[in-house]
Ligand binder design. Structure first.
Ligand SMILES: C[S@@+](CC[C@H](N)C(=O)[O-])C[C@H]1O[C@@H](n2cnc3c(N)ncnc32)[C@H](O)[C@@H]1O
Length: 403
């Protein structure tokens, strides 16, 4: 029988009582040598960090193990040492925060595991600029009539300053908009957008004080308020470097790389320095952002939902390489077409080892070999891990008989 013993580390001996499938720890009789004092006073209540009690080196090997196991389960032997990158504390420049009006004020933070919002009175992963901003935003959020009960606030630290996307039960009226604009001016926030709490709502700009700009691989873009951006600057650089390392220095004349799940162009602009890129992205505003920034570069952008309408293997055959950076669920229907395409080189960026296993297994069955792997940890102290894995398909020698 499996019993979950929260915050217990491998090798520890504990005295516990049982509550369903969970062990309630009464006493730790023997501690792991990897146990450390968690830096944050909210640890074990806030749902953001799960591993602050584990030494950073041990966390890195745990995360490496998750990626290695996923690839082994997909059928691969590991190709030698795995490169690793871990983002430092206070580096997170993007966080989706929960909001809840309470009798004591506005709670802003992450959800407790399966529970209420834990007010973020300290945070050791979030960028200090964003942490200060949350402190300043509390009284303003409290005064918003549109925020009756619960809401959310997506904060992104762009090059031009913090970018906010607020979701509330009701649309902000004139008075709320004026309050938000006043706050934006005072706090140096160039743009605040709003969208309804229900999933799928399109953001609308509530106030635009200054132009918004962000640089991705050397190219300035204007990301839409709900665009995906990598969680840390360091992690983004590590992912871009790992993808470039996995690609040939230049691809043959006339050849092009097909990039799936391109977002606003984090990888696209870096790839385009080596040759032509077809970048495919499903989120319309992100695809538009990428297209308008790509002027003069050898980039073609396609706005397409790859789950509903994958690009077929037959149309991929002439690509010199394929790069995929899918959402958490993995590459879905597109992966089958990639595996069947026979394209010589496939580079996969993954933020979910389970999805990596599924996607990599298709490449394994199609005869691809694993060439190199990099583990990237942008979510320090969480159980999330990202990886960049490069697969190559041995060239099939065709024997042509000459008569
Ligand atoms: C992990 S992000 C990667 C974005 C980009 N490569 C980057 O590094 O910033 C995944 C991207 O896939 C896009 N996406 C999600 N589902 C999609 C689908 N069904 N079809 C096409 N794109 C999709 C998202 O909009 C998002 O931009």
């Amino acid at each position: 029988m499996t019993l979950f013993a929260p915050f217990t580390l491998p090798g520890e001996t504990v005295l516990y009582s049982r509550s369903g499938d969970r062990a309630v720890i009464e006493q730790r009789l023997r501690e792991s040598p990897d146990r450390v004092r968690p830096p944050c006073g909210l640890f074990a209540r806030c749902g953001g960090c799960a591993l602050q009690h584990l030494a950073v080196d041990a966390t890195a090997s745990f995360k490496r193990h998750l990626v290695e196991s996923a690839l082994r389960d997909a059928g691969y032997e590991l190709p030698g040492p795995i490169a690793e990158h871990t983002s430092p504390p206070y580096a997170r420049r993007r966080m989706d925060l929960a909001l809840r009006r309470s009798r004591d004020g506005m709670l802003v933070g992450l959800h407790q595991r399966g529970g209420d919002v834990v007010d973020m009175t300290e945070c050791h992963v979030l960028h200090p600029r964003l942490f200060r901003l949350i402190e300043d935003a509390r009284p303003v959020l409290m005064r918003l009539s549109a925020l009756r009960g619960t809401g959310s606030l997506l904060v992104n630290l762009l090059e031009t300053g913090p970018d906010l996307l607020l979701s509330t039960d009701e649309a902000p009226g004139t008075a709320d908009r004026a309050r938000l604009a006043e706050f934006a001016r005072a706090a140096g926030v160039p743009r605040i957008a709003w969208r309804p709490l229900k999933p799928g709502g399109t953001p609308e700009i509530v106030c635009a004080i200054e132009p918004v700009r962000h640089t991705l691989s050397g190219v300035a873009v204007v990301p839409p308020p709900d665009a995906f951006l990598q969680a840390t600057l360091e992690g983004e650089a590590a992912i871009v470097a790992a993808v470039l390392d996995a690609m040939p220095q230049a691809w043959p004349r006339g050849a092009r790389v097909v990039e799936f799940f391109a977002g606003c162009g984090t990888l696209t602009f870096a790839l385009a320095r080596r040759g032509r890129v077809l970048a495919v992205e499903g989120h319309q505003a992100s695809a538009l952002c990428l297209r308008s920034a790509a002027g003069g570069l050898p980039i073609e952008v396609l706005n397409r939902d790859l789950n509903r309408q994958p690009i077929l293997a037959a149309d991929l055959g002439r690509a010199s390489a394929i790069v995929l950076d899918p959402p958490y669920a993995g590459s879905g229907a597109q992966m089958q077409e990639v595996a069947r395409s026979g394209v010589e080189r496939v580079v996969m960026v993954s933020c979910n080892p389970k999805a990596l296993r599924r996607d990599a297994e298709m490449l394994h069955k199609a005869g691809y070999a694993l060439e190199r792997v990099t583990v990237v940890d942008q979510f320090l102290w969480s159980v999330q891990v990202e990886s960049v894995a490069a697969f190559v398909r041995p060239r099939v020698r065709r024997h042509v008989k000459h008569r």
